[in-house]
Design a protein around this ligand. Structure first.
Ligand SMILES: *[C@@H]1O[C@H](CO)[C@@H](O)[C@H](O)[C@H]1NC(C)=O
Ligand SMILES: *[C@@H]1O[C@H](CO)[C@@H](O)[C@H](O)[C@H]1NC(C)=O
Length: 465
């Protein structure tokens, strides 16, 4: 804490003692940002680079690979024990044998990011601004792929969304790039690129993070949201990165790691093989993290279990049926609201309707996310008589008089659809229809129905098989 500036420092210490008798211990991004503010309070007058170096020192992110690009942090001032203990636990990334992922934080929009690649990307960006030359942005964030493992790993679930502490991977331990590592790496690239441009960004790291992982809902919904937002990570990243360049960075990172650990240089043949497999893996990476929309898994919205045994779909399907929820009648603009809407619909479908589960395959919020209902593999209960031949996708809200946000419609029309085709879940010439075309109902509302009649794949009434 601020040495050398006694009276303000004393006041600050008293305030901090009152507010933070203990270091925060939840793994929520809000708590991490508070900890960053404490580091900043102890580094008054120095810029974000000094703060990032202190964070890196406390977290122990100082191996040869990181030093190669960012320099060592052996000279940074030490933080107080409880703060540095918190930072070490919060930032150090590892997957335990029982499948818990550490070093990750839950953001207010319901996604999870690994903090190390996020911080390294931002530091590389600030360093580039200072040195006039970007070095290692991609290698420090995304291209440092794990040795000899499948490239892409699973997403996971928190023990509690209100007070997150333990993050467990779906499908057990994995050495591969987990969803949280990709999210953190993507955010590190996006923010690192942003801060590397002279004069573009606020000079407090905490401010940058708080703005990017904004807690407040945008009153006008997703369409009015600023460009630089965690919720927009896929769009922003897609505009920045060329997959072949990223594949080359993977090869460079592997060669550098070899060199730094004193092993023999990578032979040309080995490099060629690695380049080929990185290029192949990049296709799946782009499909999963750039083409597909971000999908909030069931566990994150607090789904109750499916009742009984799900019926498996036979893929690929031929139809996508568009619905609106009608009740809830308002679009949801935040993760908390959309998740609560999902729970209330599931309760209604299971208890009042007597179904096994929420009826829809997927549900579109107006918060920038798609929510997993029955998902890609289980047959839904959405479009009577047609549930085995199509996915049912519903927009939260009532769209009799107005259409959903342009952003949420884009997620379904462009991304969910092409993601489904690319993943072999829908045939490439699938037909998109409104619920009312096959069942006597006003769903998906007059306004939304008029809208989807202009969408690619829209088809006039053709009864399902
Ligand atoms: C850390 O970096 C500084 C400045 O580049 C250098 O003088 C110092 O020797 C380095 N320390 C270690 C332990 O590598
Ligand atoms: C449905 O698919 C899952 C794997 O996705 C499988 O374990 C299960 O046995 C299948 N059920 C039936 C009835 O085929």
């Amino acid at each position: 804490m601020a040495h050398g500036c006694w009276r303000p420092a004393l006041a600050l210490v008293l305030v901090l003692l009152g507010t933070y008798a203990q270091a925060p211990s939840s793994r929520h991004m809000d708590d991490f940002i508070e900890a960053v503010r404490r580091v900043e309070a102890g580094a008054l007058g120095s810029g974000p680079l000094a703060v990032l170096r202190r964070l890196r020192g406390a977290a122990g992110l100082d191996d040869a690979f990181v030093r190669h690009f960012l320099g060592n942090v052996s000279d940074v001032p030490r933080l107080d024990a409880s703060l540095s203990g918190y930072l070490r636990a919060a930032v150090r990334h590892r997957v335990t044998e029982d499948g818990r992922e550490e070093g990750v934080a839950l953001t207010p929009d319901g996604t999870t990011v690994a903090l190390a690649p996020l911080l390294l990307g931002i530091e590389a960006g600030f360093l580039a601004r200072a040195a006039g030359r970007a070095r290692g942005l991609y290698q420090l964030t995304l291209a440092r792929a794990p040795d000899g493992a499948a490239l892409l790993g699973p997403d996971g679930c928190w023990d509690s969304v209100a007070s997150p502490r333990v993050f467990t991977l779906l499908g057990g331990p994995s050495a591969a790039l987990t969803a949280a590592r990709v999210n953190g790496g993507v955010d590190g690239v996006v923010l690192g690129t942003e801060v590397s441009a002279e004069g573009r960004r606020p000079l407090l790291l905490s401010g940058l993070l708080a703005e990017y992982y904004a807690r407040r809902p945008e009153s006008a919904g997703a369409d009015a949201a600023p460009r630089l937002l965690g919720r927009r990570r896929r769009e922003n990243f897609g505009g920045l990165v060329a997959p072949p360049a990223l594949a080359r960075q993977v090869v460079k990172a592997a060669a550098l790691r070899r060199r730094l650990t004193g092993r023999s240089k990578m032979a040309a043949e080995e490099k060629k093989q690695l380049a080929a497999s990185a290029t192949e893996a990049m296709k799946e990476f782009v499909r999963q993290y750039v083409d597909c929309p971000p999908i909030i898994p069931r566990c994150m919205w607090g789904a109750r279990p499916y009742r009984g045994t799900p019926t498996n779909l036979t893929l690929p399907l031929s139809f996508m049926f568009i619905h609106h929820t009608s009740t809830p009648g308002d679009p949801c603009l935040t993760f908390e609201r959309c998740a609560a809407d999902m729970r209330s619909m599931q309760r209604f479908h299971q208890e009042d309707r007597g179904w096994d589960d929420i009826g829809y395959s997927f549900v579109a919020g107006s918060d920038g996310y798609i929510y997993e209902g029955r998902g890609w593999l289980w047959q839904g209960a959405h479009t009577l008589g047609h549930n085995s031949v199509g996915y049912g996708v519903s927009f939260i809200g009532d769209y009799g008089a107005a259409v959903p946000s342009q952003h949420s419609m884009g997620l379904v029309r462009d991304r969910l659809a092409s993601c489904a085709v690319g993943g072999g879940r829908l045939v490439s010439d699938f037909v998109l229809q409104g619920h009312r075309q096959v069942v006597s109902t006003s769903c998906p509302g007059d306004a939304l129905y008029e809208e989807i009649r202009g969408w690619e794949h829209y088809g006039e009434v053709k009864k399902g098989k």
